[in-house]
Write a protein that binds this ligand. Structure first.
Ligand code: PRX
Length: 637
């Protein structure tokens, strides 16, 4: 397969960019022509940001798995689609060719059908990083069921909230998951999440860790038993369901400024075109190369650049079950060497953590297969960028710093590897189709270069969010109401003298911890559930490895006696309610929180104190009790 829309020179990028702005419909129609459609679209784009209404390729019909699997069979049947590397370096790796993956997806699609899953039903997938996770995801898409993958690090309460919001009727999970030295009892977490749940009809459990599990009669079935039934039926073919271009492909929950997670909705055709186009262009993928995205499929990066982008492009995608530092900090480099990885796509937090181990873990590892490096999830600091460039890329691999979001479906601002210029800590230039703009507090566009502002996007792109599940108003309010006729990203951004973009971080109450988005309100809600906590306020502070750490100010009635033990208990509660990723790094017990007379917490002040910068706390005269600030400063010392 070649990619006629792959941009191989800077001039080709400029031409494509100009065309995408001057005639977006013709531009995207040409790209979309390269895919397999059951029926071509009637209209390329219909939109307004007011409602918002975003419709791409309306009237078109297709199935994304036909584009990810069937269409490659003629030329790539025996080429690897998925290479899987275990958490345990001594366990044999697995390779699934396109033909095998095509077979297994249909086989599991049959399992779903036999268990009563129908088009449009919501299937929650809560699994570790094993090939069956990709198979389950694609099997949903095969029959038109909507998948909602939940990261294996989320706890029972977080899952329960997501199941409830999606009205999910089916769950696919594992007995457990291996992650480094840990063995996470996924099925038992699901059992806890299902206490009181009324919608789930069936739980399909795949064997991985052989952790003992309880199986509820009539509700829980084993993956392997169900596959056997399909084999007895003679493995019937499952024709791909006919999906409208704007039918929902999946829901993925993400944190926002309120405590309730948002179900970001992506639809079929636009998401497929966008993930494919951005995959082929940002990474400059060449047929035969091995693409290693280290994200978990529970996050958007895994959806777009482990599954849909690479597979729709007929690429070889590498799935890794483990973590970068187990059994030692050479694990990534071992994987790169073992599979001759061409493209490595990871997060700054992983790079910073590996930097901490020095160069020994890299010594003796053959990294000469690497051609392109990628970074995603948070701003990459210059030190990490240079280390990545020098020690991993050996000064010969372009680094793509890809800025995007769960809501954008795929990469929005990034250099194209080796084709457009890179600049350390800059995402650089927009991809074709993306019209970024910076606005001030009042929503006035800030023109020119060498300026700072809030990052917005002016025009729709195929992979953008369509709605928040069953709550369109929330989608409108969150993204389309702050500034009229603009999509607001929630990020601050700088445009330098050369017109290059540098993301400076979130400007709302959302934290970015180790590249994971966590809403402060969510953490506060969890802390407040702990007995004895009266109120809390959470802010971010700079953290050497995680990028941002979580600092919690807590008003606590102190019945426990031992402050340290109490803090450990609170951390435990957050871990149980949300998951270990949301654990506060620091907790400070305070007598009160600095509030304005209207009752709003002045987070600006709390952020400064958490950063240890108390020299200038700004105007505190509007506070209800200005003396409180000095008390908190003293306690924080
Ligand atoms: O703040 C930006 C940051 O991550 C946020 C999106 O988080 P999420 O939806 O979890 O998706 C992460 C993976 C795409 C953004 O609003 N972010 C993401 N990539 C970058 C980044 N910040 C700076 N540079 C990046 N390359």
């Amino acid at each position: 397969m070649n990619y006629p829309y792959q941009l191989r020179t800077f001039e080709a990028y400029q031409d494509a960019y100009n065309k995408s702005i001057n005639d977006p419909e013709a531009f995207w129609a040409e790209v979309a022509e390269q895919f397999t459609w059951k029926k071509k679209w009637d209209k390329v784009l219909d939109w307004n940001f007011k409602e918002p209404k975003i419709e791409w390729f309306k009237g078109g019909q297709l199935n994304i798995t036909e584009n990810c699997l069937d269409r490659h069979l003629a030329t790539k049947a025996n080429e690897p689609a998925i290479i899987w590397e275990s958490n345990d370096p001594n366990e044999h790796h697995r390779v699934l060719t396109y033909k095998e993956l095509h077979f297994k997806v249909q086989q599991f699609a049959n399992v779903l059908l036999n268990n009563g899953v129908q088009k449009g039903d919501r299937v929650c997938i809560y699994m570790g990083m094993i090939p069956e996770l990709a198979i389950a995801t694609l099997a949903c898409a095969r029959i038109g069921a909507i998948h909602s993958v939940i990261f294996g690090g989320f706890s029972a309460q977080a899952i329960a909230d997501r199941l409830d919001d999606a009205g999910a009727e089916f769950i696919v999970t594992c007995d457990g998951a291996f992650r480094g030295a840990k063995d996470i009892p996924l099925k038992s977490v699901i059992d806890d999440a299902l206490v009181g749940n009324k919608t789930i009809k069936r739980v399909i459990v795949c064997t991985r860790t052989r952790t003992p599990v309880s199986m509820l009669k009539g509700r829980d079935v084993w993956w392997e038993d169900e596959i056997k039934k399909v084999e007895t039926m003679g493995n019937p073919k499952v024709e791909s369901a006919t999906m409208d271009a704007e039918d929902i492909l999946f829901i993925l929950y993400t944190s926002g400024s309120t405590g309730k997670p948002k179900g970001v909705v992506h639809t079929t055709a636009g998401y497929m075109v966008w993930t494919n186009y951005t995959f082929v262009n940002a990474f400059q993928y060449q047929p035969g190369q091995v693409h290693f995205c280290t994200a978990d499929i529970g996050w958007i990066t895994g959806h777009s650049y482990i599954i849909y982008g690479p597979l729709s492009a007929g690429a070889t995608t590498l799935m890794f079950e483990g973590v970068p530092t187990w059994p030692d900090a050479g694990r990534f480099w071992e994987v790169v060497e073992k599979f001759k990885v061409d493209i490595l796509y990871t997060a700054p937090t992983a790079i910073r953590s590996l930097m901490g181990f020095g160069l020994d873990p890299i010594k003796g590892k053959d990294l000469s297969s690497l051609k392109v490096l990628g970074s995603v999830g948070e701003p990459i600091n210059e030190e990490a960028w240079h280390w990545y460039n020098e020690h991993i890329g050996q000064n010969r691999c372009p680094i793509v710093d890809t800025w995007w979001q769960t809501e954008t479906g795929g990469v929005m601002i990034s250099n194209l590897a080796g084709v457009t210029p890179s600049k350390p800590s800059y995402a650089t230039l927009p991809l074709p189709g993306i019209q970024p703009c910076l606005v001030d507090e009042n929503g006035t566009e800030i023109e020119g270069n060498g300026v700072n502002g809030n990052l917005c996007i002016k025009f729709p792109w195929p992979g953008m969010i369509r709605t928040t599940y069953k709550d369109h108003e929330r989608c409108r309010q969150t993204y389309f109401s702050t500034y009229e006729n603009l999509y607001f990203t929630g990020d601050g951004c700088l445009r330098d003298e050369d017109g290059m973009y540098r993301i400076t971080g979130r400007v709302d109450d959302v934290l970015n911890v180790s590249g994971h988005r966590i809403g402060t309100a969510e953490v506060e809600n969890a802390i407040n559930m702990h007995a004895g906590v009266i109120e809390s306020a959470v802010v971010g502070f700079p953290h050497d490895i995680k990028g941002q750490g979580i600092f919690a100010y807590v008003i606590y009635d102190g019945t426990h006696g031992d402050a340290n033990l109490s803090k450990q208990d609170i951390i435990q509660t957050v871990s149980r309610i949300i998951g270990p990723i949301a654990k506060p790094d620091q907790i400070l017990f305070v007598p009160g929180l600095p509030k304005t007379r209207s009752g709003k917490i002045m987070r600006r002040i709390l952020r400064k104190i958490a950063e240890g910068d108390t020299s200038n706390l700004g105007d505190t005269s509007t506070l209800l009790d200005p003396s409180l600030v000095q008390q908190i400063v003293e306690l924080a010392k």
